[in-house]
Structure formats: structure tokens, C-alpha cells
Design a protein around this ligand. Structure first.
Ligand SMILES: [Zn+2]
Length: 228
């Protein structure tokens, strides 16, 4: 087994996605230096924080946390690019595990019943081969033992909205997501999982769709990163 792994590393050297340095055998996903420097986002209160304040007037969200600060000018933004566009579903799973383990220390998982990834359109999912939010959720599932439920679907493509009024545009965005919640999952506490939260509108719209489908549900959110 080790011989195969050694050969594989000789032929396909593993590189740190942040700095590009060759990874040592003992290093997992990131080099030790970049792992120590991960731009962790400090959430001190899962019931009252910036994420919840960004969402509060748009959807009823119980608690929120995140793992990383996302800054386009930081070399760490390559992690997000890799999981979204470079086929690194393995890295999405690993980041999901790390994020979930970090949140365990905040008591985030208490009372949670399941993980619900934000969906992609079918076309984008097909082109990418996977949905990065789903991979993050699977990583979180490995760390927490929670199930991953695909309760949401992205209903239609975003067409050109330049001629629409602000109100029409907002309505269109709200209609992008639809949910169906089977009877056995009604009244549960669900965590929405996504890659990067920027304005929060995707998470808010997904939360609304879930609450439309099941008003007795409780919704929390866990994006991997918050854009700064
Ligand atoms: Zn590195």
C-alpha cells in the first residue's frame, strides 16, 4: 500500500494549494505553514454574530457559524477556487471536516438533525461533476455523523436581469430555490451548507424555501467562509 502511495506521489506530486510547495508525506491537504496560517473566522456567539445580523431581516435563522475569512486578495482564496472550479472535491470534503470539528467546540451541533447543501443548477452540477456545497456537507457529515439531505433544488437559470426593477430582481432571486421536505424530516433543525457567504442572499433564499415547504422547521447556516 505504501509503495503504491509512494509511487503515486512520485508521479503525481501533491502540492500545497495555497503556496504551491511540495507536500511532505505527513502533510494533509495543506503544508504545515499554510495550515497554521489558515484565516480562521472567530465566531464568539453562534446565536448573535455578523452572519446572523446580515440575514436577520430576510429569513428566520436560529444560529450561524463559519470557518474562514474569505478575501479575494489573500492566497487562501485559491482554496475556494480549487473546490469550485478545479475539481478538488476531495479538498471540499477535508475542509468540511475541519470546519465541522472547529464548530463542535462552539456547541454548534447541539440539537441539529441534518445538513442541507445549497444546490447548483443541474447544468452547472453536471459540468462541474459535483456540487462543492454537497462535498463540504459530506465532510461535515463525516465529522458529526449527521445525515446530508438534498431537500433543495435550484429551479431556473438566472437570465439577464438588467431591465428589471430592484423589486422584480429580488423576487426572481427568491424564486430560484424550491424545497420539498419529506414527512419524516418535518419539524427538524436543518443546517444550510454553502461555500462562501457574500451578501447572504443565497442562504436567505434557501432558508425561505425550506420554511415555505416546512414552516415547522428550524434553520441554521454554516457557510465555509465569510467574504470580507
Ligand atoms: Zn503551503
Amino acid at each position: 500500500m505504501n509503495l503504491i502511495r509512494d509511487l503515486k506521489e512520485l508521479l503525481l506530486p501533491r502540492l500545497c494549494p495555497v503556496c504551491g510547495k511540495l507536500l511532505m508525506q505527513s502533510e494533509d491537504t495543506l503544508c504545515a505553514f499554510c495550515a497554521i496560517g489558515l484565516p480562521r473566522y472567530r465566531v464568539t456567539n453562534i446565536f448573535d454574530n455578523l452572519l446572523l445580523r446580515m440575514l436577520w431581516d430576510r429569513a428566520d435563522i436560529k444560529k450561524a457559524t463559519t470557518y474562514l475569512s474569505y478575501n479575494h486578495f489573500s492566497p487562501y482564496h485559491k482554496l475556494i477556487i480549487d473546490i469550485k472550479f478545479h475539481g478538488r472535491s476531495d479538498m471540499a470534503i477535508r475542509l468540511g471536516q475541519w470546519a465541522a470539528t472547529g464548530a463542535a467546540g462552539q456547541g454548534f451541533w447541539e440539537g441539529i438533525d441534518a445538513l442541507v447543501p445549497v444546490p447548483l443548477t443541474r447544468w452547472r452540477r453536471w459540468r462541474r461533476g459535483y456540487n462543492q456545497a454537497e462535498m463540504l456537507a459530506h465532510g461535515m457529515a463525516e465529522a458529526t455523523g449527521l445525515p446530508v439531505l438534498s431537500l433543495l433544488r435550484r429551479t431556473k437559470y438566472r437570465s439577464s436581469q438588467t431591465r428589471l426593477t430592484g423589486e422584480q430582481r429580488r423576487k426572481n432571486a427568491e424564486d430560484l430555490y424550491k424545497a420539498s421536505v419529506p414527512d419524516e424530516w418535518r419539524g427538524k433543525h436543518l443546517v444550510l451548507v454553502d461555500d462562501v457567504m457574500t451578501t447572504g442572499s443565497t442562504l436567505a433564499n434557501c432558508a425561505k424555501a425550506l420554511l415555505d415547504a416546512d414552516p415547522s422547521a428550524t434553520i441554521s447556516v454554516f457557510p465555509l467562509a465569510l467574504a470580507q
